[in-house]
Design a protein around this ligand. Structure first.
Ligand SMILES: Nc1ncnc2c1ncn2[C@@H]1O[C@H](COP(=O)(O)OP(=O)(O)O)[C@@H](O)[C@H]1O
Ligand SMILES: [Mg+2]
Length: 217
């Protein structure tokens, strides 16, 4: 599903080059849910952005669904319909209602939005489907973004601190639904999180440490 070998990624800040990921390797089996933890600034978002092709490694091999996407277009096609990323701040289009956000994302992927509409019910945001993102609470926005991520019917779900903007009570209610929806659909998921409850629901927990991934007991 995902096979990464010896990925390296550095950023240049002025004259200084900072190595963030160093010889990172990762294998994700189909249907596996894996949590990634690690302190702020250790490179978790950098890793997710390599896995969805928003940025490229400096070195190493990355195969998704059995091959290395050839170019930007190939990565963009994957992001439209096979790789969903749930970003920290919920990536909704501000000029579209929740329902239209869903329909738009589903449409781009060539899917019907019917399945995702049922998710709005499950996530308890059906009542705000006709509102715009700026008319929602942070928690509602995050749940709407979650529904949008599922609307493309992806095979791989990447999530960057999905509980970040949720209060504890909402996180405890929504995250089990998230993991259950991932499992029901047989998706493979990589979830960056500091939330022990969410990490505990995953099959494996990895820690990003000194640029590489190590198993967490
Ligand atoms: N575009 C960028 N340019 C320069 N430095 C960056 C850039 N993106 C991230 N960094 C740096 O790389 C490190 C890892 O960032 P990030 O992957 O966002 O960490 P995390 O998600 O674990 O908090 C941080 O030190 C951050 O400042
Ligand atoms: Mg981050």
């Amino acid at each position: 599903m995902i096979e990464a070998r010896n990925l390296c990624k550095s950023y240049r800040n002025g004259r200084e080059t900072v190595a963030v990921l160093h010889n990172l390797s990762l294998e994700l089996e189909p249907g596996e849910t894996v949590a990634v933890t690690g302190p702020s600034g250790c490179g978790k978002s950098t890793l997710l952005n390599l896995l969805n092709g928003l940025s490229r490694p400096d070195a190493g091999v990355l195969e998704v669904f059995g091959s290395t996407p050839a170019d930007d277009d190939a990565w963009a096609a994957l992001r439209r319909s096979r790789i969903a990323t749930l970003f920290q701040d919920g990536n909704l289009i501000p000029t579209l209602t929740v329902a239209r956000n869903l329909a738009f994302r589903a449409g781009l992927a060539g899917r019907s939005a019917d399945g995702a509409a049922a998710l709005l019910e499950a996530l308890d945001i059906a009542a705000v489907a006709e509102r715009y993102p700026d008319q929602l609470s942070g928690g509602q926005r995050q749940r709407a973004a979650l529904a949008c991520a599922f609307a493309i019917e992806p095979r791989l779900m990447l999530a960057d601190e999905p509980t970040g903007s949720l209060d504890e009570a909402t996180a405890s209610r929504v995250m089990p639904l998230f993991v259950e929806a991932v499992r029901q659909r047989g998706l493979t998921a990589l979830i960056v999180t500091h939330n022990p409850e969410l990490a505990g629901r995953c099959d494996r927990v990895l820690r990003l440490h000194e640029g590489g991934l190590v198993p967490c007991p």
